[in-house]
Design a protein around this ligand. Structure first.
Ligand SMILES: [Zn+2]
Ligand SMILES: [Zn+2]
Length: 339
């Protein structure tokens, strides 16, 4: 399911935001390394530079994973199959012409519906959704740790250089001015990231997305997704604790469920042991007639009776009058700006 998102014009232009982020990272990186480049043989400085480069590597890894991973697309013809319950057909997107699964929303920047959409982040030029939320949170974590490390380590050097500028009144101290600017930018990022991460961790621990949090009054049933701290965390970060610090999922580190079905089948999967292979999982799901694997199979091999799928879709659209159209797309979500 996880794949590269389709490229649209708005996505193409949005890459400038991502380039700006990379420019800011490069600016801070240059000033940090330039400050210590002639002292790298000192054990303390060497250790700092080692940790700093490791954090930078992790940060960039998370950045590109969050940016390039598809947050989750609605399965083809979901809800259009004969026998599909009315529960699936409660919300319809007139932009994508798909039924919107629970917790999915249309993103105007990406011009598509996104599974378990959290928000559209212009800084990574991608939506944060079911499949890349972990990578986005990890990105925030690594930015926070890196900027905290820089804030503490560079303080004596920046303080000394600012003092020097003031005492000597040297208006041509470009290097010191650049270092001071980079330090200020770093401190600003640190403060913003702390608040932003605190907000997102709270959302994860209560199993709520940013959009749902903004629309709390109209969504009284949000409590049904909240399964306790541990399960909520596992739902986003996967079952394997060894993979939690890394922007990778593998088979054991995937978010729980499929982003489409949010009923008790997903809840049961929280405690389910991962079978030795997918076939075993499918076989056991088929025997019990439940589970996400079984649901996927039902979607993959629909029973087509009578009308064609395209006919069903057209029939549905023709029944929507102008007022119900507005209602059907009331969950259309515009560009949400995040720091
Ligand atoms: Zn849509
Ligand atoms: Zn988007």
């Amino acid at each position: 399911m996880s794949k590269t998102a389709p490229l649209t014009l708005s996505k193409l232009l949005g890459n400038f935001f991502a380039l700006f982020v990379l420019f800011v990272i490069s600016f801070i990186y240059y000033n940090v390394v330039h400050t210590f480049h002639d002292r790298y043989r000192e054990p303390k400085i060497f250790l700092f530079l080692f940790i700093f480069h490791y954090l930078l590597f992790m940060l960039l890894w998370c950045f590109f994973r969050a940016m390039l991973t598809d947050p989750g697309v609605v399965p083809p013809l979901w809800g259009f199959y004969m026998g599909d319950s009315e529960q699936k057909r409660r919300r319809y997107c007139l932009m994508c012409h798909v039924f919107k699964p629970e917790r999915s929303h249309h993103c105007s920047a990406c011009n598509r519906c996104v599974l378990n959409m959290d928000h559209h982040c212009p800084w990574i030029n991608n939506c944060v959704g079911f499949y890349n939320r972990k990578f986005f949170i990890l990105l925030l974590v690594y930015v926070l740790i890196s900027t905290t490390l820089i804030t503490i380590t560079l303080f004596p050097t920046v303080y000394a250089s600012v003092k020097q500028i003031i005492e000597k009144r040297d208006i041509y101290a470009y290097k010191e001015a650049a270092l001071f600017s980079a330090y200020l930018l770093n401190c600003l990022l640190n403060g913003v990231m702390f608040m932003f991460l605190k907000f997102h961790i709270k959302l994860i621990f209560t199993n709520i997305t940013t959009i749902e949090n903004m629309d709390k009054q109209n969504l009284p049933n949000l409590i049904v997704y909240n399964k306790g701290y541990k399960r909520n965390w596992i739902q986003v970060f996967g079952r394997n604790p060894w993979l939690w610090p890394f922007p990778m999922t593998g088979r054991s580190g995937k978010p729980v469920g499929d982003g489409v079905i949010w009923n008790d089948e997903v809840v049961q999967n929280f405690d389910e042991e991962i079978p030795a292979n997918e076939n075993e999982a499918r076989r056991s799901s088929r025997l019990t007639g439940s589970g996400v694997a079984a649901s996927r199979e039902r979607l993959a091999s629909p029973v087509r009776q009578g009308n064609s799928l395209e006919g069903t879709r057209k029939e549905f659209e023709s029944t929507l009058d102008s007022s119900s159209r507005v209602k059907a797309d009331s969950h259309h979500v515009g560009l949400l700006v995040s720091p």
